[in-house]
Design a protein around this ligand. Structure first.
Ligand code: URA
Length: 298
């Protein structure tokens, strides 16, 4: 096994142990799996903000035609981490390069495992396809959302609907970056039916894929969009209103949490708080902050 594969494997093993610890924390959270009423008011389900569901489900596009599925009955986090480690070992191939090409190959290997995943029956039955992350695999900054909506499910890309348009404005008009410079992914990779929140179990089942993605991109900065992203990444049960406005830490990355773009679409008055959060992120990243109000605030 080459050095890179060993590093990746060590990463997943240590993440798996951390996952077990987190499971302890989330058992406590499970008792209140829908989040507190205050939290739901803070960052409520996104049904109004997401595109209306299409009348008839479309067949899966050829590009995502199902490969044999991972054995759902025997799959557990351990199996998924092991399968990811094998896929990454193959993708790392001959060299130990850590550049755009090799990171892209490793992300594709993870995406292929994701596309076969059948751990969550309700999501598998409902999805057109899985929705993996997208963006610059060498970016210092990763945005994490909740899960694909209708548009994302159809197109197979994260944040391409109305929320995605606002997220693009936050990144480009707000932060002065290009969307293609950053990496964007979600807590879960299948669309929850009716755009409900992903359950604790679904978020946990998808966690190895998030860990593996972050293990390849290794961001210095993470921006969590909304309470589902923030609480799951950080393993806490605090409302987004309390998590925002300060920096957190996860695996060596500095994490800023803010409101989900879908929430901002429903509650434009919260955009000023989100702009404060983006400015905090920019300060941490050493980016210049414009003196004039950006148009994403209006
Ligand atoms: N909302 C999310 O949280 N993620 C997406 O990809 C789209 C909408």
């Amino acid at each position: 096994m080459d050095k890179l594969s060993k590093t990746s494997l060590n990463y997943y093993l240590s993440e798996y142990l951390a996952d077990l610890k987190r499971a302890g924390v989330q058992e406590l959270w499970r008792g209140d799996s829908e989040g507190s009423a205050a939290e739901r008011r803070d960052d409520a389900p996104q049904s109004e903000a997401r595109p209306a569901p299409r009348p008839a489900p479309r067949p899966a596009p050829a590009a995502v035609a199902r490969a044999p599925v991972v054995n759902a009955s025997s799959t557990c986090a351990n199996d998924v981490y092991a399968e990811l480690a094998r896929a990454l070992e193959v993708a790392a191939g001959a060299g130990a390069a850590d550049d755009v090409v090799s990171r892209t190959a490793r992300l594709r290997a993870i995406a292929a495992v994701v596309a076969r995943c059948a751990q969550c029956p309700a999501l598998v039955a409902n999805r057109t396809q899985t929705v993996f992350g997208k963006g610059n695999p060498c970016s210092e900054l990763v945005f994490i959302g909740e899960g694909p909506g209708a548009e994302e499910d159809l197109r197979g890309e994260p944040f391409v609907g109305r929320s995605g348009k606002l997220l693009t404005d936050m990144i480009e008009k707000g932060m002065g970056l290009s969307r293609s410079d950053v990496y964007i992914c979600n807590i879960v990779r299948c669309r929850p039916p009716g755009n409900r929140n992903p359950t604790v179990e679904e978020a946990r089942a998808c966690r190895p894929f998030l860990d593996a993605t972050l293990g390849v991109v290794r961001p210095k900065y993470v921006c969590c969009l909304g309470s589902i992203a923030a609480t799951n990444l950080l393993g806490v049960e605090t409302s987004i209103g309390r998590l925002r406005g300060m920096a957190h830490e996860h695996n060596g990355a500095q994490v800023v949490c803010t409101y989900h773009p879908a929430y901002l679409l429903r509650n434009p008055s919260a955009k000023k708080d989100a702009w404060q959060d983006l400015q905090l992120l920019m300060r941490i990243m050493g980016l210049a902050i414009p003196t004039k109000k950006r148009s994403s605030e209006s």
